[in-house]
Design a binder for this molecule. Structure first.
Ligand code: SF4
Ligand code: MG
Length: 331
């Protein structure tokens, strides 16, 4: 599988009045061409910070890049000058956010906003840019695009606005699309339509997608692979099948038990007890120790490095580590 993006041992922190928060603590993952990778976790786990770091949108200060690399087509994005990064943002890697309203300018027509983005990154005439805008709007399923181009954001419904935002993100044919909670602000029916749109666009354009979400329902619908984040680390990663049918990290299991499932009616939902550790002074060992029903003596003393279960499935948990299994067997 061709890799379009390789994130290696990324560390990001934030200075606050209370001290330094270690928000991302050694995150490593690859994104393959044409796939959707979902990064899942509770709020504050570091998933949004990870995606904003890829776009170099972390304000410094209070944010601070503490190490690691982000390779895109062989270039380390962490080392690029601001000007070089500006070229990549939008044209190679683009991002869409939760609230479509904040991404659109209420005082400009949809057409002006789309063509502006096109003219900024591509060498086209205004006429050609308008043609591309029309094509983009039909790609994202907006009827009568020629008419709609002349309208303003408030003349569209929430779902339609999110389609326009997606069109704007795709207009320069990026290789990578990062979507941070793209459907959270929408109702369930519209949400399903937007997810369907992502799949459709991916089929047509081959774009690779990083989907950031706390919603496992969303993940189940669109992800090829899943990375589960907890307390600034990826604690389990695998294909959708591996994560949904054979989860190994107790936190992943907890997440799955805490959401309603369509195939198991009447099943009881069990929320995960406790709260994540504070990241001012993150634990040296497994950050899930205080909430984990299987915690052993080693857990809070030493961090469990990743154990590979298959080529695609990896987990950071002592339960899967051969050395801990031996220790337990000898007890
Ligand atoms: Fe639980 Fe220990 Fe595994 Fe952490 S390493 S998830 S505390 S068993
Ligand atoms: Mg977030």
């Amino acid at each position: 599988m061709e890799k379009v993006l390789e994130v290696n041992d990324l560390h990001v922190s934030f200075k606050t009045y209370g001290g330094e928060v270690k928000a991302v603590r050694g995150v490593t993952f690859d994104l393959h061409k044409g796939e959707t990778l979902a990064i899942v976790g509770e709020s504050g786990c570091g998933k949004s910070v990870t995606s904003q770091s890829i776009m170099r949108l972390i304000p410094e200060p209070p944010g601070k890049f503490d190490g690691g690399s982000i390779l895109y087509k062989g270039k380390d994005l962490t080392k690029l000058k601001d000007q070089e990064m500006r070229k990549i943002r939008g044209s190679d890697i683009s991002m869409i956010f939760q609230d479509p309203m904040t991404a659109l300018n209420p005082t400009l027509t949809i057409g002006d906003q789309l063509t502006e983005g096109i003219l900024e990154h591509m060498k086209l005439t205004r006429e050609q840019a308008k043609k591309v805008s029309v094509d983009m709007l039909s790609l994202v399923g907006i009827p009568s695009p020629e008419v709609r181009l002349k309208q303003y954001p408030h003349q569209f419904s929430g779902g339609m606005r999110q389609r326009i935002v997606i069109a704007m993100a795709l207009v320069c044919q990026p290789e990578v699309l990062i979507a941070d909670e793209p459907t959270t602000a929408l109702d369930v029916t519209i949400q399903a339509q937007i997810l369907e749109l992502f799949r459709d666009i991916q089929k047509k354009t081959g774009v690779s997608i990083i989907l950031i979400t706390h919603d496992l329902g969303v993940v189940a619908q669109v992800a090829d692979r899943i990375a589960v984040m907890y307390a600034g680390k990826i604690v389990e990663t695998g294909t959708r099948r591996e994560i949904f049918y054979n989860p190994q990290h107790p936190y992943t299991k907890g997440l799955l038990n805490s959401v309603p499932r369509l195939d198991a009616d009447g099943g009881e939902l069990i929320p995960i007890g406790g709260t994540p550790p504070d990241l001012f002074s993150p634990p040296v060992g497994c950050p899930f120790t205080a909430r984990c029903p299987y915690a052993m003596a080693v857990c809070d003393r030493v961090y469990p490095e990743q154990t590979s279960l298959t080529d695609t499935h990896g987990v950071d948990c002592w339960l899967q580590d051969e050395r801990a299994k031996k220790l337990l067997a000898n007890k």
